[in-house]
Design a protein around this ligand. Sequence first.
Ligand code: ZN
Length: 466
Amino acid sequence: MKIIPHGAAREVTGTCHEVQVGSKRILLDCGLFQGKRSEAAVKNAEFTFDPAKDIDAVVLSHAHMDHSGRIPLLYKNGFRKNVHCTYATKDLVEVMLMDSGYIHEKDEEYFCKHLAKSKMDCKGPLYTQQDAIDCMEVFQGENYENWFDVCEGVKAKFIEAGHIIGAAMVILEVTENGETKYVGFTGDLGRNMLPIIRDPSPMPPVDILICESTYGNRLHEDISTAVDHLKEVVVNTAKRGGKVLIPAFSLERTQEIIYDLHVLWDKKEIPGISIFVDSPLATKVTDVFMQHPECYDKDMYEQFLSKAHNPFQFSLVKYTASVEESKALNGTPGPIIIMAGSGMCEAGRIRHHLRNEIEDERNTILAVGYMANNTLGRRIVDPEITEVKIFDEMYQKRAEVVYINAYSGHADMNDLDNFVSDTEGIKKIILVHGEMESMQPFADRIKKSKNGVEIFMPEREEEIII
Ligand SMILES: [Zn+2]
């Protein structure tokens, strides 16, 4: 057996790990590289294998684009075998890939109009919405905790990852030359106690563990603090008659905030102010959430389903669809809450709301997700910066800015340490999906706690022979 990372090797995007068993070749995920446009475009455009001939199956951990976003390209290049994933992931991926196809089309249009030096640079979008629709025919839904055949000599099973709805860790049972080995792949490892979804399942004994390491050197705020913090922001802003603007990722974070606001409203801990979800993508994703109660945790059943209560629909929440409805929010007086994408404020309707509301000191901008370097979101949460550029104009940051980082969907360093120490049988551990600065300290801790385990931190295309 060989394992070759084609992405997410000493970086956090582009997850795609090949497992070779005899003549069979399987991909664990096939995600987009994100980050600087010019660098990501080169990495995204090329496969180091022939998708039509070389790959026998894809096993997909979850619907985030950095794990699933190159599947339409795989299909466009002739791949016609199965992509196995959970049922919820299959439905989510359909919505997310369509959106991704749209973004690639628009991005290319803008690039060719404003940035390209010559027509030669305009090679067409990476893939289109139509490519995203076409590739759905190869997706195969699977139940959690259920072994399925991947190809000759390889079976697989999904277990709960506790990261986003439908997310799974993958266990491969690999039989080669009469010998059976188990490979565990974390995908993105989640956390205990996140709203809506179940906690991560323990990993059964595996011989080889491919483990993410995003936060190998960082601790998160306790998730239990998030809802109190959210309440405080809503109550204080409402007292001032202001608007709470929440830039939120459409997948998972938006639904978690709606869920927490619903719980707070049921307990009458927040005032009855309107909550606008101003993102067509988030609305579509929320529909998928409603179709997959099999992924919900016990609290969700006790708080909502057992009372025939829909967690995502209640008297205060309104999903805006048209651009006119979105624009009308500008004239709607506070107190209100507006949630819109994109999460890092680089695109989407949130930019319009920020432009209209950032200079009003009654308002609050509530950041609930990671803001990468060089994004508008990062400049907004940076206390050193007092004015920001939105649509080419400078605006004073007069609104209050609050950052709640407790909602992170990723395991932190303690969670990762506990996960590895609780997993039995590991002989080799391959660290992926992390920058070196978070991977190295994680590796050092494993070395101390797991005597004799061989640790790898491969570069892209580096072959690990098992
Ligand atoms: Zn993820």
